[in-house]
Design a protein around this ligand. Structure first.
Ligand SMILES: *Cc1c(COP(=O)(O)O)cnc(C)c1O
Length: 387
């Protein structure tokens, strides 16, 4: 059966993905099953999306209850789940307004538009440059590819959107040189570079960026598409860096498995988007927002403490283990540099029933925030056999 689906996939689905040789048919929590019934411990949650694992009762019930009311209304009307979710996000972060889209790339597009309009409103034409970091990842639209600081993404799709400068991680002097041109509207960074190999930024660097933004009147914006929604061990990772951003984008884990993106607008930019300046047909979909309300209601101090404990468990179990060169990351977003080629390790993992993914040349672990400790320990033991 898998062979048949493999062939159909190749024939009918655009061949943009290098897929694992696995069809996940169903699951519960952190256990998933292929079509033959083989069990796997899920260590990647659909790339940090299934915050509470597969088929979680809380998310499922919230979704079903909303489906019994209305599945979509468009943004021409008021929508209760959308309003309540925006309120929750604002109350829990200090943001003033939220714009909803359906993905990380869209959340980032919105942030970029906000930065440009903020600069245009305030300073006029010619101040719209955005500084991002080398080795970053911000999405797959033409503009978010331009924001992405990796040359491999700057091919084939010319002309790319202009106005982005990519600066090396840690290089505050280069940031200041750009700032001095007076053309910079914003600095936009991931606090832990996810696709770039699960690399946290240094706190001093992040605080340095914020100081430069203040000094030169630019916005500080963070891409928390992957780090957000409890993944880092805080509700949003910026809360661990002692900074307050002007814009926060998030997506992946927000909808607990449903597509949802959000752009959080803090005080300085709360009035930038006005009627007609931005929009999205699906954005703020009631079912996705109902799922997100359920997810956020469970990301409390108790859960975040558990995330940190499980993070420490992973770090202590893998740091210095045989076959491990280094372990990096934050919360339940962890990169493992292996001695063996990562492809080999991944194949062994799948064979033995655990499902990590990769980030660049590293193994990447993104387990459900509520993964049972015993299951995590079991997965780590299997992983160590594969290393
Ligand atoms: C995944 C990711 C994106 C893109 O999100 P999509 O939902 O795939 O558009 C953007 N930024 C970061 C940091 C991501 O991890």
């Amino acid at each position: 059966m898998i062979q048949n689906f493999k062939e159909l996939d190749k024939e009918y689905v655009a061949n943009t993905y290098g897929r694992f040789d696995l069809l996940i048919e169903r699951g519960k929590g952190s256990l998933v099953y292929d079509e033959t019934g083989k069990e796997y411990i899920d260590l990647s949650t659909g790339i940090a999306v299934n915050t509470f694992g597969v088929c979680d009762d809380g998310v499922k019930n919230a979704v079903l209850a909303q489906l019994d009311k209305v599945q979509h209304t468009s943004n021409l009307y008021y929508s209760e789940p959308c309003i309540l979710l925006a309120q929750t996000l604002c109350e829990r972060t200090g943001a003033k307004k939220v714009f909803f889209g359906n993905s990380g790339a869209e959340a980032n597009e919105c942030a970029i538009k906000v930065a440009r309009k903020w600069a245009d409103d305030k300073k006029g034409f010619g101040h719209s440059k955005i500084i991002t970091l080398q080795n970053s990842f911000h999405g797959r639209t033409v503009t978010t590819l331009s924001a992405t600081g990796q040359d491999v993404f700057h091919q084939h799709f010319h002309p790319f959107t202009g106005g982005f400068v990519h600066v090396a991680v840690g290089d505050l002097a280069a940031v200041e040189t750009e700032m001095k041109t007076g053309e910079v509207a914003a600095v936009f960074v991931e606090l832990v570079q996810g696709e770039g190999g699960v690399m946290p930024l240094e706190k001093e660097f992040v605080q340095g960026l914020v100081s430069l933004c203040e000094k030169y009147d630019a916005l500080f914006m963070v891409d928390e598409v992957q780090t957000g929604n409890g993944r880092s061990g805080a509700l949003y990772a910026y809360q661990k860096f002692g900074v307050t951003p002007d814009v926060v984008t998030t997506a992946k884990g927000l909808g607990g498995g449903l597509p949802l993106g959000a752009t959080l607008l803090f005080e300085k930019v709360q009035g930038v988007l006005d009627v007609g300046s931005h929009g999205s047909t699906f954005g703020g979909n009631p079912v996705a927002c109902a799922a997100a309300l359920s997810v956020l209601s469970r990301i409390d101090d108790v859960l975040l403490k558990e995330v940190e404990e499980k993070s420490e468990l992973i770090f202590s179990s893998l740091s210095g283990a045989k076959g491990v060169k280094s372990v990096s990351g934050m919360g339940l977003m962890i990169g493992v540099e292996t001695e063996k080629p990562v492809g080999e390790v991944l194949a062994a993992c799948m064979e033995k029933g655990i499902l990590p993914i990769k980030a660049k040349n590293k193994l990447r672990l993104l387990p459900a925030l509520n993964i049972e400790k015993e299951l995590l320990e079991k997965a780590l033991n299997v992983l160590k056999e594969c290393l």
